[in-house]
Ligand binder design. Structure first.
Ligand code: 5AD
Ligand code: SF4
Length: 444
């Protein structure tokens, strides 16, 4: 076709960790001399960075791979690579399920991808998985956002939540060394990044596996990142309620840059269900933690994850979840229908809940979550919020979009540029968004 530069396209599924892994995959491909294609239709290398947390993404992936196979039939030189958690979970079967796949790699094998997709010659044959052994942190990075960045602090997870496939696919927890993390954040600040989000499957158990000489805890890491000049906002996701100790709470309260926003996965409001989930906290302990957080950190926004229809969940158990959601009043919540994952403890439990019951519970939960979030946002109307500008509104290019410290999206009239921190007067609210105008405009 006369085009000299080979082009890649990466399709990403799943969580922020995967989105961040995709930045590394892209950086790696670019260091091999490939350019980014605007869409999969024009790419020579098609990468799918997959998720397997629930069944739904698996189904969506099958449709995407069907399109990729069709492209390969028309252009046989196309390389198809499948990475991420689904690839890892299916490592024994992936080439049988999808014979047109050329390369498969798990989340721990991103550093090997370069060897597998060699520079110009794209025929690499069937490459298999590497070991679970690498921090991909030193790889070239293609950052998606100029003023915000993800920073990985650990990989893997030592928890054994009975519904979750992540420990099986991402391996045991390994903390990144504090000096390396701070050096990365310092470099990002020098590039103009103002907000960092520290990422780990369980961020607040960070540090426990480091050598004794380095042994530290997550609160210390927050303080070290807070000390980096130029970083105005620090977020982190996700903490586990069982590991939320006093030093972390104090660090959030005392560090100016650490935002008043904690994502605190609840999963269920029933102690009986929590026990079967192996979450190791009770309803009461979760509520007590919320109290401790709220009294230490004024104006704290709380987000959460909730699963409905876990095996054996009765109507009474579910009613307890609704009670906790009502009582806490989360600012945002991700709600999920329980999805059995092969090989997990819960998938083998005999008392699976019927799909209609799960669907009906999800609806009731979503109604409640939205009502409480709308009430919480309504209380911001009339206030002035500091907003980090991210760009133009997605639905109206004449308006700007950004986020408050409490992580609420704000759409507003103003003249600020991406990366600016501006005051916005809030004029109206829905369950997910605040609307307003720049304070400078209101004063004029
Ligand atoms: N089914 C439904 N939701 C799940 N999650 C994790 N595993 C499952 C599963 N098998 C949810 C949890 C977790 C979030 C990332 O995904 O709520 O916090
Ligand atoms: Fe992220 Fe978990 Fe999905 Fe992997 S399986 S991409 S860790 S949500």
């Amino acid at each position: 076709m006369g085009r000299s530069m080979r082009r890649y396209h990466v399709t990403t599924f799943g969580c922020q960790m995967n989105a961040h892994d995709s930045e590394r995959i892209k950086g790696m491909l670019e260091s091999l001399g490939l350019g980014e294609a605007p869409g999969p239709e024009t790419a020579d290398v098609l990468v799918f960075n997959t998720c397997t947390i629930r069944e739904k993404p698996d189904t969506r992936l099958a449709a995407y791979l069907g399109d990729a196979a069709a492209r390969k039939r028309r252009h046989p030189e196309t390389v198809i690579a499948v990475g991420g958690c689904y690839a890892e979970a299916q490592r024994e079967r992936i080439f049988q399920l999808y014979p047109f796949v050329d390369v498969a790699f798990g989340p721990g094998s991103i550093p090997h991808l370069g060897e597998w997709i060699s520079a110009g010659g794209l025929a690499v044959g069937r490459s298999r998985f590497g070991a679970h052994d690498h921090f991909a942190a030193d790889l070239p990075m293609h950052r998606e956002r100029r003023h915000q960045a993800w920073v990985q602090v650990s990989m893997g997870c030592n928890s054994i939540c009975s519904y979750c496939i992540v420990p099986a696919v991402r391996g045991r927890e390994q903390s990144r060394r504090p000096g390396e993390i701070v050096a990365e954040v310092t470099g990002l600040a020098a590039e103009g990044v103002r907000e960092v989000t520290l990422l780990g499957q369980n961020v607040n158990s960070w540090g426990r596996d480091l050598q004794p000489a380095l042994r530290t805890e997550f609160g210390e890491l927050l303080r070290a990142v807070d000390a980096v000049e130029g970083i105005e906002r620090i977020r982190f996701t996700s903490p586990h309620p069982k590991d939320f100790r006093e030093p972390v709470i104090r660090a959030i309260a005392e560090c100016d840059a650490v935002c008043e926003h904690v994502h605190l996965p609840l999963q269920s409001g029933s102690t009986r269900v929590l026990r079967r989930m192996r979450r190791t906290y009770s309803r009461e302990r979760y509520l007590a933690l919320v109290e401790r957080l709220r009294s230490a950190i004024p104006d704290l926004a709380l987000g959460t994850d909730v699963i409905v229809g876990f095996p054996g969940e009765t109507e009474d158990d579910f009613a307890e979840t609704l009670e906790v959601v009502e009582q806490v009043g989360f600012d945002s919540a991700f709600t999920f229908v329980y999805s059995p994952r092969r090989g997990t403890e819960a998938a083998a439990m005999p008392d699976q809940v019927a799909d209609e019951v799960k669907g009906e519970r999800l609806e009731r939960l979503v109604d409640l979550v939205q009502r409480r979030a709308a009430e919480r946002n309504q209380a911001r109307v009339g206030r002035t919020e500091a907003v980090l500008v991210e760009g133009a509104s997605r639905t109206d290019a004449s308006l700007l979009r950004g986020r408050t410290r409490r992580n609420t999206t704000v759409v507003f009239a103003g003249s600020a540029a991406p990366g600016d921190l501006v005051d916005v007067v809030v004029e109206s609210a829905t369950s997910t968004t605040l609307r307003g105008r720049e304070a400078a405009l209101v004063a004029a």
